[in-house]
Design a protein around this ligand. Structure first.
Ligand SMILES: *Cc1c(COP(=O)(O)O)cnc(C)c1O
Length: 363
């Protein structure tokens, strides 16, 4: 593969692992119609135009994106699926949604008013404690008191979002679940949805009618601190450009932030923070080379980073060899821990320079 052998970094994406992850979540929910897929931010950086058709072929029929533009792009790839736009009508007219056949997720009373004359399907987001998007309590109370505000709106779903789903013991989960259930009882009947990836694992009480997982589809552990039930999806690799011997006491890279405790060899790898390889893993993270783990030494710079390969056979750690940045043995959550962030940010940061290679996905 010419493009791939010339690329300095390669991102392999296993579409079959994504569909297997979706099936696992759909099975937990009790069926394909009870599991949507969140493909916002270009399917968490992995390519919505590849990921969503694979999920559609696997039986997924409802997709969530964040913005109108994401929805418009996805509509071209998925002529028949239901596509809902989480950020709602805030920055677009109903006409733009109707033309693309997209459903807004309505987040306040003004948006409901604006959408009502279209008579077209929409979803409603109820805030139960996240305090981010969705109708706040006062607005929900007005909807209950003035039901004509919803007259003519075809409610394809009512959602709410959990703030602490990855902490099963957090009492906020039950509080939000109870408030959501009580609110649903006072609104017109519609398919209800509370759980994202982690919410699916909180128990049947959190399932409602359908779930909206994103991160878990892409291999992020929905159960932090416990074994990951999801398959790893990405293999991110980058090429060694140079290897040099460095004497004891000499420094490596910007700020001379690493000093060699002993003489050794350092390899320069063609990945940097411009590729989404976060600078916060400077002097902390590690990478794989032919099955061995070696430390990142010195600061990560824009296009490059340095790793200590003193312990690795020079025939293996040589210019042109690929190092493993993210793979099945050292997954997206491990990389996130070293960088002081979460797997979501690792995936969505991976830059456009990485040559993307897709495997599988034939349904
Ligand atoms: C992003 C998002 C999701 C998906 O969350 P994950 O944790 O990635 O599964 C679900 N619902 C809403 C409202 C979201 O913003």
């Amino acid at each position: 593969m010419r493009g791939s052998s010339q690329a300095a970094s390669i991102l392999e994406i296993d579409l079959d692992a994504i569909t297997a992850n979706w099936r696992l979540l759909a099975d937990k929910m009790g069926g394909a119609e009870r599991c949507a897929a969140v493909v916002k931010a270009d399917a968490y950086g992995l390519g919505a135009l590849h990921v969503a058709p694979a999920l559609s072929a696997a039986g997924c029929s409802l997709f969530f994106v964040a913005t109108l533009q994401e929805g418009q792009a996805l509509r071209r790839a998925l002529p028949d699926a239901d596509i809902a736009v989480l950020n709602g009508l805030a920055s677009a007219t109903p006409g733009a949604f109707l033309r693309a056949g997209l459903m807004p997720v309505l987040n306040d009373l003004g948006q409901i008013e604006h959408w009502r004359p279209t008579g077209a399907p929409a979803m409603l987001h109820i805030d139960t404690g996240m305090n981010r998007l969705g109708l706040p309590r006062d607005d929900v109370a007005r909807l209950e008191a003035e039901p004509e505000r919803l007259r003519g709106v075809r409610l394809a779903g009512i959602l709410s979002h959990l703030a602490c789903a990855e902490e099963p013991e957090n009492p906020m989960n039950d509080a939000q679940r109870a408030e959501f259930a009580a609110t649903l009882a006072r609104l017109p009947t519609a398919r209800a949805s509370l759980a994202g990836s982690s919410g699916v694992f909180l128990g049947p009480g959190f399932g409602f009618d359908f779930a909206r997982p994103g991160a878990a589809l892409y291999g992020v552990n929905p159960l932090p601190g416990r074994p990951n039930p999801m398959r790893q999806v990405v293999h991110f690799k980058a090429k060694i450009l140079q290897v040099r011997g460095i004497d004891e006491g000499r420094s490596v890279g910007y700020g001379a932030a690493h000093r060699m405790a002993r003489g050794g060899r350092v390899a320069t790898v063609a990945v940097g923070y411009a590729d989404g390889w976060l600078r916060s893993s400077s002097n902390r993270g590690s990478v794989g080379i032919a099955g061995h783990r070696v430390p990142i030494v010195g600061r990560i710079s824009m296009d490059l980073m340095t790793i200590d390969v003193t312990e690795i056979d020079p025939a293996i750690a040589r210019p042109g060899a690929l190092v493993d940045l993210i793979d099945a043995g050292h997954g997206v959550d491990d990389v996130a821990t070293a960088a002081g962030t979460i797997g979501y940010e690792i995936l969505t940061s991976i830059g456009r320079r990485a040559h993307r290679v897709y495997h599988g996905g034939q349904g």
